[in-house]
Each structure stands twice: as structure tokens, then as C-alpha cells.
Design a protein around this ligand. Structure first.
Ligand code: AMP
Length: 373
């Protein structure tokens, strides 16, 4: 018979059983937490650690089974149907609040929300028809980026329009669904800020992270970013704080930013733990995963101070020899238990050092090992 949950051993339900869910469970076990996952894909990464119900997020009977006996629910990805989350919210506590999901699921409502909070974003316009695309191109100018409003991730559902010749092909590839056109930002760097807000309104921020993407997929994160001014960190924190407070947010929130001419523009947010925060497992006093769990379960938030300097390398599509990775001093290997497949995130390596000067040299060795896989 299952033990009934007590305040000491909360049973937390997580929608999505991928690597983020798995790392949440890994962070929660030392705190005595227990987990149940729901995910349509059998044998997902978190299923190796906890019970996984296999079923659709739209299946109400499945959602009832999932909710039975839970103390609270959270989610590891933002494309969970809002209806499912609302149904669960009638049964138990759900954090982050469903309102945060609603805003972040649609790029147009997300950008409009940022604007309503006085947060700078790239120029944007909604596109619903071929004529609408021409009008948006006229308004925003070129180059520009055409994106689907919903379900885009890792650069999927996007096209860069460099000249008017590109417009027709982009429309043929993407037309027929709600779209958004954004001005192309000639950014110097891509950054992100991870923040966390507790049930009692306590807020903490991690230092800014520098992110490098290739083919739309995050490859490398460096934290804390070197050469960042206190003003830029403060600017990022003030934007994050506005979002957290406006949404009465609880949990970890990630915001992706472009740094351009000493200013920050917000690209998008993720109402969950984030790939650009994996460095916090070894590189911060309290990891993003532990802090998310602390926040949603009413515990005090832990220090977000960095411990030395970290670089996180994502392992995409293929895995390196673990022994060669671990030969590099300061390297920590995380494998997600997934079958290798092109463009799939299979794991990551975080390199942590006390001396920023050695980070670059060891990272070069690590990249060499990873590139030979
Ligand atoms: P997203 O799915 O919005 O995070 O976009 C994926 C990647 O495409 C970003 O990390 C950027 O490298 C690039 N990108 C997205 N939007 C823009 C933009 N408006 N201007 C320039 N690059 C962009």
C-alpha cells in the first residue's frame, strides 16, 4: 500500500518526464520528496527514477489518476495543454501558475505581455495571411525572422527573411498557421537569466549566463558571464522581477535575452527550469532544480551565488566516451538515459573551475573529446 503523503515527504507530480523532470527528481530526493510523472512517451528519462504514467495530457481519466494523492503539481515543459493544468489546479496546487503557461505558449501574447510590463523586445507583428506578411515586412523591414506563434523550440518553426525574395518561400513553408514576424536583432551575445520566486514572494536571481546556439540548439553555456557590468545584471533582474510579480509566479523562470549595444532585449521566457541553468548543479550554491522544488513546496529559497566558473556543453545526437570526458579535471558528466538520435539532447557536461583562466583551456580539451564522437 502506498504511504499517504505527509508534509515531510510531499508527493510531487511532474508533467513531462524528460531530462528536466529527471534532474528535478535527482534534486528532490535529498529533501525527502517523492515524484510521479506523466508523459506520453514510454520509458522517458525520469521513468528510471520514479513512477511514470504513460498517457496523453488531454486524457481526463489519466489526469485524475495522476492527480490522486499528489501534494502539488509542476511541469517541465511549457507546451502542456492549459486545460490539463487548469483541471489539475482544481484538484491540487499547481506551480508555476497556469497564467504563466498561457502567456508563454504563444509568442505574440508573450511579446505583448513583455511590452505591457515595459520590457524591451525586438520589433514584432502578428501575421495571419500572405497580405499580412507583406504588411509586416513593410512595417518591420528586413532582415527579419518569421516564427510560428506556438510550439516552436530549438529553432524549429522559424525562417530568416533576408530579402523580399525569401518572403514567398517562407510563406509556402510556414503559412496557414498563426505566425509572428520579428526584426532580426544583430546581437553581440545571447544571454539568459534564471530567477526564482517563492510562495511568500521571496525572489532570487542567478548571475547572467552566456549562451551559444548552433542550428537553433543550445550548445554551450558559460556562467557567470565574464565582462558583464553590474548595470546589465541589474537590468536583467529588473525585467525578471517584473515578470515574476505580474504573474504572481512561483518556481524557477528562465528569460532569454539578446545583448545589443550594451542593452538587453528580451527574446522569450520559459516558465520552468531551463537548459541554460544546468551549470547550477555544480556551479552554484543551490541548483535551479533544488530551488524550483524549494520554491513550489513552500521552503526557503537557497543561495543563488555562483561557486567558481562553469561551462556547460550539451551532448547532441551522439555520446562521447565517458572515460575520456572524465579525464578532464573538473568535468561532470550527466547522461539522460536516451537513445542517440540526430539533434537529440542526450546529456551534458559541466566543467567547473575556481580559476577562470583554466576554464578556457579545459573547455578546449573537452570540446575536442566531444567533437570526436
Ligand atoms: P527562439 O526559438 O526564439 O529562442 O530562437 C532560436 C534562436 O534563433 C535564438 O536563440 C537566436 O539565436 C535566433 N533568433 C531568434 N529570434 C531572433 C531575432 N529576432 N533576431 C536574431 N536572431 C534570432
Amino acid at each position: 500500500m502506498m504511504r499517504s503523503p505527509t508534509p515531510d515527504t510531499p508527493l510531487i507530480g511532474i508533467l513531462g518526464a524528460g531530462q528536466l523532470g529527471r534532474m528535478l527528481a535527482l534534486a528532490g530526493y535529498p529533501l525527502g520528496m517523492r515524484f510521479r510523472f506523466l508523459d506520453p512517451t514510454p520509458a522517458s528519462p525520469a521513468s528510471h527514477l520514479a513512477e511514470q504514467l504513460v498517457g496523453s495530457y488531454s486524457d481526463h481519466d489519466m489526469l485524475e489518476r495522476f492527480a490522486d494523492g499528489l501534494d502539488l503539481v509542476t511541469y517541465e515543459f511549457e507546451n502542456v495543454p492549459v486545460d490539463a493544468v487548469r483541471l489539475l489546479a482544481e484538484r491540487t496546487l499547481v506551480y508555476p501558475p497556469p497564467g504563466a503557461l498561457l502567456v508563454s505558449q504563444d509568442r505574440f501574447s508573450e511579446k505583448s505581455f513583455f511590452v505591457s510590463q515595459g520590457i524591451p523586445v525586438p520589433a514584432f507583428a502578428e501575421v495571419g495571411s500572405r497580405e499580412g506578411l507583406d504588411a509586416a515586412v513593410e512595417k518591420i523591414g528586413l532582415p527579419a525572422v518569421l516564427k510560428t506563434r506556438r510550439f516552436g523550440y530549438d529553432g524549429k518553426g522559424q525562417a530568416v527573411l533576408r530579402s523580399t525574395d525569401d518572403v514567398g518561400a517562407a510563406w509556402r513553408a510556414m503559412g496557414g498557421q498563426p505566425l509572428i514576424l520579428e526584426g532580426f536583432v544583430p546581437f553581440e551575445r545571447e544571454l539568459s537569466i534564471l530567477s526564482v520566486r517563492a510562495v511568500n514572494g521571496q525572489v532570487a536571481f542567478y548571475p547572467l549566463v552566456e549562451n551559444h546556439h548552433r542550428e537553433g540548439i543550445l550548445r554551450l553555456s558559460l556562467a557567470p558571464v565574464q565582462g558583464i557590468t553590474a548595470e546589465l545584471q541589474q537590468q536583467a533582474e529588473s525585467y525578471a522581477r517584473r515578470v515574476l510579480d505580474a504573474l504572481d509566479y512561483v518556481g524557477v523562470l528562465a528569460i532569454e535575452l539578446f545583448e545589443v549595444k550594451g542593452q538587453l532585449l528580451v527574446n522569450e521566457m520559459a516558465p520552468r527550469v531551463h537548459n541554460s541553468g544546468h551549470w547550477t548543479i555544480e556551479g552554484a550554491e543551490t541548483s535551479q532544480f533544488e530551488n524550483h522544488l524549494r520554491a513550489i513546496s513552500g521552503l526557503p529559497i537557497g543561495s543563488t551565488a555562483p561557486v567558481g566558473y562553469s561551462a556547460t556543453l550539451n551532448l547532441i545526437g551522439a555520446l562521447p566516451d565517458p572515460a575520456r570526458v572524465l579525464e578532464v579535471e573538473g568535468a561532470h558528466l550527466h547522461l539522460y538515459g536516451k537513445e542517440p538520435r540526430p539533434a537529440r539532447k542526450l546529456g551534458h557536461i559541466t566543467l567547473r573551475t575556481n580559476d577562470p583562466a583554466v576554464l578556457g583551456e579545459r573547455l578546449a580539451r573537452l570540446r575536442d573529446v566531444v567533437s570526436k564522437t
